[in-house]
Design a protein around this ligand. Structure first.
Ligand code: NAD
Length: 480
């Protein structure tokens, strides 16, 4: 494994600065590798390589492009054990989950390759004696910036559609998960793509990410990460007016009505709350429960949270491993402290585990707060950890107002046996995705993306593929 080289213009290169930085295992806190500290001049080289490759790649017949992109998915499957091992080592993802995420990432790339074969333009009857149509074209050079919460999948979800639609790309993996980024580049390098079609640079967001977002020769930024960084990207990209696809934060309401199957709701919501140690943008950030069923739901929910096994991510019995870094563990603990200080009742967790192997590493135990009220910090801000906030409501209008009263609009769910009521709630909630009797239940074919401060555009499915294309109007006047 070329741990200390980046992939630029079809070559393995170190950072111009000659510097590297360390990445760590979040389960043991040990250093596991050094990777190049990319900077502005490395971004310039990668963008220029992509610019050169773009006309070659975008002019290839779709069938040829789709075939090459599918080969990336094949190579990922061949290397799936190593990709999953790195995800566990560098991110703390439990090994079974890491295997599943690797296969899912490959599927996303394959789906985009196949779906791109179906992209078409429309013919429009505008004036008599003319013919007009839309031609769907790639956007150009795309900067793909991924977060650390599901690093491989977030790179794959962008790279597959961007490439399949004919764009050239510069990928920036999250700095703390750079090893899996470099392995991904190694896998891509085995496919016979023209040099420069895919480039991958490791380095901090503040320099590499910002250089990409402000680069005059980058046509589009596809980004997943925090709303704060999303706003920085909007600002940096405004100077050269780029296409943006931004998947940002969430504080997602899950509303449990009086007639819900409480056991089912508690089991699924606990599982979704703790998925990926709670580092999931779609996790249920606010669980509103009707006052008449609050106590029964809470009992079931706490029991379900208690059953979630926290431990060594290499153990196949483990459901959740550590969170990704000491910094992030401290941030979650800060939220737990604020919940207690602002008057919420801590009914489960909240403490650091002390028994081996969790006496080392950045572990946070499943935690449940009740008596949470709307203005508390834990009810308003994204915690991004296995920390649940259970709140009471008494009427439909009240809970709809409460659920919509947040800067985010990523996703929501309603739990009820009355599907008509569920649909009514779905129509009223200002979010990008909505479920009845499920939460954050997604697959490759479904487009994902929020509104308000949760972002711009969709990722996944055919709609996600279209984000990486632009429509050109072509008009012909017939000779008289
Ligand atoms: P982050 O914003 O800190 O970092 C995301 C990426 O942006 C990293 O690669 C980082 O290096 C880079 N970056 C940092 N500063 C930058 C800058 N100024 N310019 C350009 N790039 C920069 O996010 P994170 O902490 O890695 O991920 C967690 C966040 O991601 C949470 O808020 C979560 O909700 C969100 N997220 C959203 C979705 C979604 O689909 N909506 C999915 C997963 C995660």
């Amino acid at each position: 494994m070329r741990e200390n080289k980046m992939w630029i213009g079809g070559e393995w290169v170190g950072a111009d600065s000659g510097k590297t930085f360390a990445v760590f295992n979040p389960s043991t806190e040990e250093e596991i590798g050094q990777v190049p500290l990319g900077g502005v001049s490395d971004v310039d080289k990668a963008v220029e390589a992509a610019r050169k490759a773009f006309p070659i790649w975008s002019r290839k017949p779709q069938a040829e492009r789709s075939k090459l992109v599918s080969q990336i998915a094949e190579e990922m499957r061949k290397n799936s054990k190593e990709l999953a091992r790195l995800d566990t080592l560098e991110h703390g993802t439990p090994i079974d989950v890491a295997n599943m995420l690797t296969m899912w990432s490959a599927e996303m790339i394959e789906y985009a390759a196949e779906a791109a074969r179906t992209l078409m333009g429309d013919v429009i009857s505008a004036f008599p004696n003319t013919m007009s149509y839309y031609r769907r074209e790639p956007v150009g050079v795309c900067g793909l910036i991924a977060p650390w919460n599901v690093p491989l999948m977030m790179m794959a979800a962008k790279l597959g559609p961007a490439l399949a639609a004919g764009n050239a790309c510069v990928v920036k993996p999250p700095s703390i998960n750079s090893l899996i980024g470099l392995k991904f580049a190694e896998i891509i390098s085995k496919v016979d793509l023209p040099p420069g079609v895919v480039n991958l640079i490791t380095g901090p967001g503040g320099s590499v990410g910002n250089a990409l977002s402000s680069h005059p020769h980058v046509d589009m930024i596809a980004f997943t990460g925090s709303t704060e960084t999303g706003k920085a990207i909007i600002e940096a990209s405004s100077r050269s007016v780029k296409r943006l696809m931004l998947e940002l934060g969430g504080k997602n309401p899950a509303i449990v009505l009086e007639d819900a199957d409480l056991d089912h709701a508690a089991t699924i919501l606990a599982e979704k709350q703790c998925l990926n140690s709670g580092m999931t943008c779609g996790s249920p950030g606010r669980i509103y429960v009707h006052e008449n069923v609050h106590n029964e739901f809470l009992e079931n929910f706490v029991a379900a949270m208690e059953k979630i096994t926290v431990g060594d991510p290499n153990d196949p019995e483990t459901a959740i491993g550590p969170v990704v870094s000491a910094e992030h563990r401290d941030k979650i603990e800060h939220y737990i402290k604020s919940g207690v200080e602002e008057g919420a009742t801590l009914v489960l967790g909240g403490n650091r585990p002390t028994t081996a192997p969790m006496d080392k590493g950045f572990y946070v135990m499943p935690t449940v707060f009740t008596d949470v009220t709307q203005n508390m910090t834990i009810a308003r801000e994204e915690i991004f950890g296995p920390v649940a906030c259970v709140m009471k409501f008494s009427s439909e209008n009240e809970v709809l107002d409460l659920a919509n009263d947040n800067i985010y609009g990523l996703c929501a769910s309603v739990w009820t046996k009355d599907i008509g009521k569920g649909i009514k709630y779905g129509n009223e909630l200002r979010v990008g995705s909505f479920w009845v009797n499920q939460h954050n239940h997604i697959t490759t074919a479904l487009p994902w993306g929020g509104i308000k401060e949760s972002g711009i555009g969709k990722e996944g499915g055919v709609e996600g593929l279209k984000e990486f294309t632009t429509l050109k109007l072509m008009c012909f006047e017939m000779p008289q």
